[in-house]
Every structure is written in structure tokens, then in C-alpha cells.
Design a binder for this molecule. Structure first.
Ligand SMILES: [Zn+2]
Length: 334
């Protein structure tokens, strides 16, 4: 049964910085699984992670690849010393963020799965479920090329969202721990970022892009360039101490601000590059995708985004730019 969670509403303008004592972490970039800071861990795979917040009420964020289910479950059990997680927060309904959710639920049936209403709706559509299932099946091959052993060949199983989390609401999960939901709809329309003010941890995932494996950032505005830029500014203003972008990387301390600056500049650079190539290709999307792929994906080191997922993603980004440069906001980019 779907329930709509009723939480304390927080105004957009609430300044957490005045409420929190600032704990300064060293500037670091983590590309591995394991402990990031006290009570915060990357489980299963750095490339396709499940994030674990340990404490009185353990919480998980995102559910990775179906094929990595055993890796996640074993690692989470170890981190939590066999205590069950109480919540799993999903950022968005892409295959590599919900892949093992059904298996995590089967291990911990009392765990509540949380997501936006749009995410819940997508996960009820047969067409979306078959794309998620197929991309997770292809994910097994990606894991092989990355040298990952012990991948499961079990199929994706559909996942029910237990509780819908509305934008700008806060769930207090323990006296000293809350999760603030921030709707950031630039990557996908269903996207929620999650902010833990007491620990200054931000699960932003692809709302702030992805490490591209070469030290750069792959920008991720699939559906809305302007909402993506707005989301970057909004999340940057929180001044996180721990930032989790989409895949392969966790950033801490003053490197967080540097990451946000680079995310903003790489977004603008990608926009300009695609605009130029679209012009050279007379507005044709497919040859533009091919040239962008040659420039930004072909020579990336492993582990990297699977080819089919990269092409789907880039087609959406190119289409978003194409409609924006011919639309009413065409004169303004920032
Ligand atoms: Zn995504």
C-alpha cells in the first residue's frame, strides 16, 4: 500500500548553517567502498554504490545494480552488525539506482522504501520496468569487463515504494538524525536529493553530475538544463561536508566547493560543445551523439557507464539542448 508521508515542512530558505555546529572534515576524494566518516559508508561498489548511514536508526540511500545485490547485502550486514536498516531512500528511478531494491526489501521486509511520487509512478509502468530490467541484465556484462567477480545473474524484480516523500519535507528518523528531501528535477523529473543536516551529508547523486573517471565531471541534465543549474546552486548553498555525486566518487571538506564549481563549469562547457556540434551537423541528433560519444566516452577508463546507458543518456541531453536553444529561453545560459 502506498502512503504519503507527513513530515515537518521546512521552508526553502531555512539556513542550516546557522543551526549546525560546523564540523570540518579533511578535503578528500574517495573512489573506494568503506567508511567515509563516522557512521557513513559506501557499500558494495564505489562505481554503483549503496550509501549507508549508521546510527540509532540505520538508513540506506539508493540500490545500485541488480547484479551486485549480494555485494550490497553482505557489506551492509557487516557495517550494521546485522541490525536491519529502517529506510531506503531512492533518488530516482534509473536502473542503476533501483536495481537491487527488491532484493534489499526481501532481506529486510520492515525497511520502508522512500521516493518521490513521480518515481513511484515510473516504477509502476510496465514499459519502464522492462527498460530497467534490460539495462540491469546488460549491467552483468559491464561488471565482467570491470573485473568484478560474484555478480548475480538473477533478474531485476519490481520494487514497491512504501512511502512518498514530498519536496522540502524533513523526516526525523532519530533524535539526532533527520533527512531533508530536496526536489532537484534537472537530471530526471522524479529526482530527490537528500540532505542530512546533523552530519552535513548530501546524497545528491546525478543532480550534481558524475565523476567521469578521468578527473572530470559528466554533466547530467537529461530533462531540464535550467532546473539542473538551479539545483546545483541550491545544493551548493547547503555547504555540505560530505558530497555524494552519482557514481565512483565521494568528496569531503573543502573539495566539496571545488567540486560544485567544476560541476557548474563542465555543465556550461558541455552545453556549448553540443550547441556547436549540433550546428555543424545541421541539427541532426544522431551524428551529434556519435561525435559527443567519441569525445567524451570512448577513451574513458573502466569502470565506466555502460555504452547503451551512455547513449540513452546523451540522446536525452542533446535533445534537451536542442529544444532549449530553439525555445523561449534560448538567449540565456549560465
Ligand atoms: Zn540517473
Amino acid at each position: 500500500m502506498i502512503m504519503v508521508a507527513s513530515f515537518n515542512c521546512l521552508p526553502r530558505s531555512l539556513d542550516y548553517n546557522r543551526l549546525q555546529s560546523i564540523k570540518v572534515l579533511p578535503s578528500m576524494r574517495f573512489h573506494t567502498t568503506g567508511k567515509i566518516t563516522d557512521g557513513f559508508h559506501v557499500a558494495g561498489s564505489a562505481a554503483v554504490p549503496v550509501y549507508v548511514v549508521n546510527g540509532e536508526t540505520p538508513i540506506l540511500f539508493d540500490a545500485g545494480f541488480t547484479a551486485l545485490q549480494h555485494h550490497y547485502i553482505a557489506h551492509i550486514r557487516k557495517i550494521l552488525d546485522k541490525r536491519p536498516p529502517a529506510f531506503l531512500f531512492i533518488t530516482h528511478a534509473h536502473f542503476d539506482h533501483v536495481g537491487a531494491a527488491g532484493y534489499l526489501k526481501s532481506q529486510w521486509p520492515d525497511m520502508k522504501i522512500m521516493a518521490s511520487s513521480q518515481c513511484r509512478d515510473i516504477l509502476e509502468r510496465p514499459g519502464a520496468l522492462s527498460v530497467i530490467s534490460e539495462l540491469n541484465r546488460q549491467g552483468i556484462n559491464s561488471l565482467r569487463t570491470w573485473g568484478v567477480t560474484g555478480a548475480s545473474e538473477a533478474p531485476f524484480i519490481p520494487v514497491d515504494i512504501d512511502l512518498v516523500v514530498a519536496p522540502d519535507t524533513t523526516l526525523r528518523v532519530a533524535p539526532d538524525l533527520s533527512v531533508n528531501t530536496i526536489h532537484t528535477p534537472g537530471h530526471t523529473r522524479d529526482f530527490n536529493s537528500y540532505w542530512i543536516p546533523e552530519r552535513r551529508i548530501l546524497i545528491a547523486s546525478e543532480a550534481v553530475g558524475c565523476d567521469d573517471g578521468t578527473g572530470g565531471i559528466q554533466t547530467e541534465f537529461l530533462v531540464d538544463y535550467d532546473a539542473y543549474i538551479e539545483g546545483l546552486h541550491r545544493l551548493k548553498a547547503l555547504r555540505p561536508e560530505v558530497l555524494c555525486p552519482g557514481h565512483r566518487l565521494v568528496v569531503t571538506g573543502s573539495d566539496v566547493d571545488d567540486y560544485f564549481q567544476r560541476a557548474l563549469s563542465s555543465t556550461l562547457h558541455f552545453f556549448k560543445t553540443v550547441t556547436r556540434i549540433l550546428g555543424e551537423e545541421h541539427g541532426e541528433v544522431e551524428p551529434t551523439i556519435e561525435r559527443i560519444k567519441t569525445l567524451t566516452w570512448d577513451n574513458r577508463p573502466l569502470p565506466k557507464q555502460p555504452e547503451q546507458a551512455y547513449i540513452l543518456n546523451t540522446r536525452q541531453r542533446v535533445m534537451t539542448i536542442k529544444s532549449r536553444i530553439s525555445g523561449p529561453a534560448s538567449g540565456r545560459i549560465e
